[in-house]
Design a protein around this ligand. Structure first.
Ligand code: TXE
Length: 498
């Protein structure tokens, strides 16, 4: 599936995008120019929208929602649009993956795989659109009958980050649309292109005007205004824990909009001595290097049984050293560029801190010089203690911190030793150990003898400070609905006034 079907070269000139409101493209005044992180070459120009543009988009979404042009359709009709969108995405797969790579720096083969996942999200959401339903209560006695209705929550604001611009978008948009809501999306300012391309896809698929609007611009202006907007009913935010906290405050200070939050992670991979160590090492290398570790579910803490720790670290380091770091447009590349200069500096800063706090670099530990762009070698730190920055903080880069344990109790305690709770992985052939760790470690997504597996049928989201709510699957549609309890009386009323 992931074959690159044509030779990929950089665009000769940057592509200029407009923004999308009420079914129409609008030109931006000021533009933000984005350089490809893998090459340092300008690739896109994106509007810096104003708060007035955002107000227009929210008003368009509000009109679309209130006149029921989308929410009033049957689930089958909504499913039809989502399935047509999936078919168009399949046709435009190479093109969307190309723009994703140019702005984000991820390898092209990975981007293509992500588009396939996005197509599956649309198809899954189409199924859920037809199946969404409430409940009936036939247990209230002969005189009363109860129903719960699932109604779309209304206008949703969606703020997305730069690490998986299209994938995170598509793990939300089709499910939000399946619920019957209208939305305004604010993508990351550095990776807006594919969110705008989705507007073309949805319009061609027959989504009514005003239901999907995209306003581009900075987090501090457009993002903040969306979180504070009194006419937005729900905000779904994926990004840093710090901005997540400000979303909570903005929601409380404006209109108590409902929040869905997917924030940071410091995810454990627990490896027992009895596991298939070759497989576990391969998974650990993948878990920290996939998307250059700029992934909220990256397994960034290795928790390995002491009896095999030295051998396992050596095996893992040997595998990590063989990972092909390279040009994102090259189909042979496994790990591409770091997406922003700020993130590059953050990761290198953590590597320095790890060294100065006394951890030992087993492999990597430095930038990779490819002549242009920002690249960092997959890095393994041994001898990490719980007080070190590389033990606690989300690095969001290809940097793995290794810890050791003697007992299952210790493994569980180490795995839970974080404010986050997004994902976890456990490796063992012993079902007792696997189940104990799975039940006792607090994380929203769990992998047993695998890592980062799954599909859009399964819900995703975090425990603890990793967030609120669930996306994808049935729960991912229900998240964007609210429940109305309906009471229906039959027969004569038992009168209050005699
Ligand atoms: O995220 P921001 P940044 C983590 C990761 C990374 C760190 C910083 O640790 O190193 O966050 O990344 C918009 N009101 N994650 O600074 O700022 C912004 O425009 C409303 C984990 O890039 O949170 C973008 O669209 N919105 C994460 C989105 O928020 C605001 C993915 C994310 O950017 C805003 C990304 C504001 N005041 C980073 N300020 C994950 N869970 O996958 C910014 N934004």
């Amino acid at each position: 599936m992931n074959k690159v079907s044509r030779i990929l070269t950089l665009p000769e000139t940057p592509r200029t995008f407009g923004f999308f409101v009420d079914g129409e493209w609008r030109e931006g005044g000021d533009l933000f120019e984005r350089a490809s992180p893998g090459h340092g070459v300008a690739v896109t120009r994106i509007p810096k929208c104003t708060v007035a543009d955002l107000d227009d988009a929210v008003a368009a979404a509000r009109r679309a929602f209130e006149d029921r042009r989308w929410s009033g359709l049957s689930g089958a009709e909504r499913a039809g649009v989502l399935l047509r969108a999936a078919a168009i995405l399949r046709q435009r797969r190479d093109e969307i993956a190309y723009w994703e790579v140019l702005e984000n720096g991820k390898p092209i083969t990975q981007a293509l795989g992500e588009i396939d996942h996005c197509i599956a999200c649309f198809e899954t959401a189409a199924g859920v659109a037809r199946l969404l339903h409430g409940e009936s209560f036939n247990s209230l006695g002969d005189k009363l009958f109860g129903l719960t209705l699932r109604e779309p929550i209304g206008v949703v604001g969606l703020i997305t980050p730069w690490n998986f611009p299209f994938l995170i978008l598509c793990e939300r948009v089709p499910f939000i649309l399946a619920s019957g809501c209208a939305l305004v999306v604010k993508p990351s300012e550095v990776t807006s292109a594919t969110t705008l391309l989705l507007a073309e896809v949805l319009a061609e698929a027959g989504l009514p005007a005003g239901v999907y609007n995209v306003v581009t611009g900075s987090g501090r202006t457009i993002g903040q205004a969306l979180t504070e907007h009194p006419d937005v009913d729900m905000l779904s935010f994926t990004g840093s824990t710090a901005v997540g906290q400000s979303c909570v405050q903005a929601s409380a200070a404006s209109n108590f909009k409902k929040l869905g939050l997917e924030l940071g992670g410091k995810n454990p991979i627990v490896v027992f001595a009895d596991s298939n160590l070759e497989d576990a090492a391969d998974a650990a290398a993948f878990g920290i290097s996939f998307n250059t570790g700029q992934c909220c579910v990256s397994s960034s803490r290795l928790i390995v049984e002491a009896s095999v720790a030295d051998a396992f670290e050596a095996l893992l380091a040997e595998k990590m050293a063989r990972i092909r770091v390279g040009d994102p447009l090259d189909a042979a590349t496994q790990v591409g560029a770091i997406t922003t200069e700020a993130q590059n500096a953050t990761i290198l800063g953590f590597i320095d801190k790890g060294r100065s706090e006394g951890a030992r670099v087993v492999t990597g530990g430095a930038a990779v010089d490819l002549g242009r762009g920002s690249y960092i070698a997959p890095t393994l730190f041994s001898g990490v203690t719980r007080d070190m920055a590389i033990a606690c903080d989300e690095i969001f880069g290809p940097v793995l911190s290794s810890f050791r344990f003697e007992t299952v109790e210790e493994a569980v305690a180490l795995a839970n030793d974080t404010v986050y709770g997004l994902a976890a992985s456990v490796w063992t052939r012993d079902i007792d150990k696997a189940l104990t760790v799975t039940r006792r470690v607090r994380a929203g997504r769990f992998w047993v003898n695998t890592i980062m597996a799954g599909g859009p049928e399964m819900p995703l989201g975090g425990f603890k400070q990793s967030g609120w709510g669930r996306e994808a699957g049935m729960l991912g549609v229900e998240e964007y609905t609210q429940v109305k309890s309906v009471h229906i009386e039959t027969g004569p009323r038992a009168r209050w006034i005699a």
